[in-house]
Design a protein around this ligand. Structure first.
Ligand code: NAD
Length: 425
C-alpha cells in the first residue's frame, strides 16, 4: 500500500540547507539534475540566503540589465534593473535617449516620512480618547525616539502624530499615526518598534485595548516625483504626442486600462527596487493605493502638451526604499547595484526610481500609440521562445530572426524553423 506523503515536516526549519533539499527531493521525487540546479547558489551564498529567510533550499537568479541614457537632475547615471521581462530595460534606454538633449529628468521628493499605525479598540468615547492621545505628543515622541538612538543620530525620529477616529462595521476605532523621519532606511522595522513601544502607554492613558501596531504601506508622506519634456522632433511629431496623451486619458477614465498602464510603470520601478535589495511588495502596494487617491483608480503619471507644443510627462508616487537595512546592505549584488547608482542617500534613490517609472511609461505609451507593443517586444521575446523550442548557441538568434521575419513568434513555429535549420546544416 502506498503511504500518503505528508507536508507536516516537524523540525524542517532546524535542518541545514542540504538536509532540507534532500527532504524536498525525496518528497517530490526530484531527479539529480534538478537537485544540482537548486544547489547552485549563484550570487548569494547558502549561509547568507539561510539567514535572510526561513526554510531555504536554494536561490533564484534574475538578469540585471543597465539602463543607459539617463540624465537625472543634471547628472548622468547608469541604472541597474533586475527583471525577467524582455523590453523593460530597452524601454528606459529609449525614453532616456529621447529626452536627454532636453536636459533629461528633474526630480523632487517629500523626504522620508513613514507612518506607523496603532489601532485602539474597546473605546466608548473615541473623540475624547483622541484628544487624550494628542495631548501626549511630547511623551510619545520621547518614547519613540528612545527606541532608535541610531536613527536619531542620523537626524531622524518622530516628527508628528495624528489621531483618527474610524467608523467600522464593528465599533468605532481610534487610530494613532506616528509620522517618523526614517532618513536612509526603508523604515518598516524602525517604525514598527516605535508603534509597539508606545502601545501600552496608549492603553494606560485611554483605558482602551491596542491590537495592531504596524507601518502603513500607503507611504503618502514619502513621495518621489519626476518630470521631463520630450521634444516633438525627438519623439516623431504631433501624432505620436497626441497618441501618448490619448492613451493617458484612457487610463484616467478606465481602471481596466489604468491597471495595465501602472503595471508598465512598475516594470521599471520594481526592477530597480529589486536590484537594490529593497521590498518590491511595499512599493507595489503603496503605488497602487496611491493611484486611487482621487476616488477612482487612475494613472500614476500625467501627460500634457507644453506651451511650445512638446510633450510633458510627470509622475508622483510613494517610494519607501532605503540604502541601509533590510537586504540592501546584506545582499552583495544589491550593494554592487547601489555602487553603480552612486547614491549616497535614500532620497536620491527614491528620485531615480521615479524617473525610471516615468521613462518606462513614456516608452510603453509611445509603442502602444504607434507600432503597437508587440513589434519591439517580440523581437526580444523571440529569443526566449527559440530557447524554449530547444535552440542552442548560434541557433537561438537564427531561429528568432526567422520567426520575427515570418511575423509569427510561437513555440511550434520555432520548432519547425529549428528542425529545418538542423536539416540544412
Ligand atoms: P532595518 O531595521 O534593518 O534598518 C533600519 C535601522 O538602521 C534604523 O532603524 C537605524 O537604527 C539604522 N540606521 C543606520 N544608519 C541609518 C541612516 N542613515 N538612516 C536611517 N537609519 C539608519 O530596516 P528598516 O528599513 O527599518 O526595515 C526594512 C525591512 O523591513 C525590509 O526588509 C522590509 O521588507 C521589512 N518589513 C516590511 C514590512 C512592510 O512593508 N509592511 C513589514 C515588516 C518588515
Amino acid at each position: 500500500m502506498k503511504v500518503a506523503k505528508s507536508s507536516r515536516i516537524s523540525g524542517f526549519h532546524a535542518l541545514s540547507t542540504e538536509e532540507r533539499l534532500a527532504r524536498v527531493a525525496g518528497f517530490c521525487d526530484l531527479d539529480k539534475e534538478t537537485v544540482a540546479q537548486l544547489r547552485k547558489y549563484g550570487d548569494l551564498d547558502a549561509e547568507l540566503a539561510n539567514r535572510l529567510i526561513e526554510n531555504v533550499i536554494g536561490t533564484i537568479s534574475l538578469p540585471v540589465g543597465i539602463a543607459t541614457n539617463m540624465k537625472i537632475d543634471g547628472q548622468d547615471v547608469l541604472i541597474p534593473m533586475a527583471t525577467e521581462e524582455s523590453s523593460v530595460v530597452a524601454a528606459v534606454c529609449n525614453a532616456g535617449r529621447q529626452c536627454y538633449d532636453n536636459g533629461g529628468f528633474a526630480t523632487s521628493s517629500t523626504g522620508a516620512l513613514m507612518i506607523a499605525q496603532v489601532q485602539l479598540t474597546q473605546i466608548s468615547d473615541p473623540q475624547y480618547a483622541r484628544l487624550q492621545i494628542l495631548e501626549k505628543e511630547e511623551e510619545i515622541k520621547r518614547i519613540c525616539d528612545a527606541c532608535d538612538p541610531v536613527l536619531l543620530d542620523h537626524g531622524g525620529g518622530l516628527q508628528s502624530i495624528e489621531v483618527r477616529v474610524l467608523t467600522t462595521a464593528a465599533e468605532p476605532m481610534v487610530v494613532l499615526h506616528l509620522v517618523v523621519d526614517v532618513k536612509d532606511a526603508m523604515g518598516a522595522n524602525a517604525v514598527n518598534s516605535m508603534a509597539e513601544a508606545v502601545a501600552p502607554f496608549i492603553e494606560q492613558w485611554t483605558g482602551g485595548q491596542v491590537l495592531l501596531r504596524i507601518l502603513s504601506n500607503l507611504a503618502d508622506r514619502r513621495l518621489a516625483r519626476a518630470r521631463a519634456v520630450w521634444g516633438l522632433d525627438a519623439i516623431g511629431g504631433v501624432a505620436v504626442r497626441d497618441g501618448i496623451i490619448s492613451a493617458y486619458q484612457m487610463a484616467q477614465a478606465d481602471p481596466y486600462r489604468a491597471t495595465t498602464h501602472n503595471k508598465g510603470i512598475m516594470n521599471g520601478v520594481s526592477a530597480v527596487v529589486l536590484a537594490t535589495g529593497n521590498d518590491t511588495r511595499a512599493i507595489e502596494a503603496g503605488a497602487h493605493a496611491y493611484a486611487v487617491k482621487d476616488g477612482q483608480y487612475g494613472s500614476l503619471t500625467h501627460w500634457e502638451v507644453t506651451a511650445q507644443g512638446d510633450l510633458a510627462g510627470s509622475i508622483e508616487l510613494p517610494m519607501a526604499v532605503g540604502i541601509i537595512g533590510g537586504a540592501t546592505r546584506l545582499h552583495p549584488t544589491a550593494q554592487a547595484c547601489l555602487k553603480i547608482l552612486a547614491v549616497d542617500s535614500a532620497d536620491r534613490l527614491m528620485r531615480i526610481i521615479a524617473a525610471v517609472g516615468l521613462a518606462q511609461n513614456f516608452s510603453a505609451l509611445k509603442a502602444l500609440a504607434t507600432t503597437g507593443i508587440q513589434k519591439g517586444h517580440m523581437a526580444l521575446h523571440a529569443q526566449n521562445i527559440a530557447m524554449l523550442a530547444g535552440a542552442q548557441g548560434e541557433e537561438i538568434a537564427r531561429v528568432a530572426e526567422r520567426m520575427v521575419q515570418s511575423e509569427t513568434v510561437r513555440i511550434d513555429v520555432a520548432q519547425q524553423i529549428l528542425n529545418k535549420l538542423r536539416q540544412e546544416t
